[in-house]
Design a protein around this ligand. Sequence first.
Ligand code: SIN
Ligand code: FE2
Length: 216
Amino acid sequence: MDDLFGDMAAGMPEREQLAEGALILRGRALPLEMALLAAIEGIVAVAPFRRMVTPGGFEMSVAMTNCGAAGWVTDRRGYRYDAMDPDSGKPWPPMPEAFLALATEAAAAAGYAGFVPDACLINRYEPGARLSLHQDRNERDFDNPIVSVSLGLPATFQFGGLSRTDPVRKIPLRHGDVVVWGGPSRLFFHGVPALKDGDHPRLGRVRLNLTFRKAL
Ligand code: SIN
Ligand code: FE2
């Protein structure tokens, strides 16, 4: 048999619960792959990836950009959402239709009907880049879930609990996988340890991650 059912062959169920309110939807983004990659190219042409600085003064290893009405930014003044790209002084590019469709559909499949994100953070990991354990808590309220889409090189996703010291599950995420967390797990700590080198047939030595949020 060819690899049409690669996920099943690899023993990965199509839906996997991570915690209460948190679900992995394997391969959910694959039907939209081409539209997503084309849309990312368009966004990056207007708002290029950049390595932002944390409030503590460290340059992040993950390069970031945004689309939507608000974009997540960090600098010496802190973490926040801003309607403007600080590098250009202009609004972030609008959220592409394919992004919105995927985020709403995946959220609904995970039990969060009516999710309409207004922000999408786009992360670019090169080999060695990492995102240390953190909570997503710069959004105005936590009633809406986070929808996270993985593209390119595989990564390990760490998913803990409400406390930084809670035990952490380590889940492999691959091209096309979508993770949704909300409700009781909305504020769970999560992160991505250093990306392993590799060569993805579509994206080369890169992992891209889209996280959709209702920020405003
Ligand atoms: C994030 O927490 O913003 C990104 C998670 C990921 O890259 O999978
Ligand atoms: Fe996050």
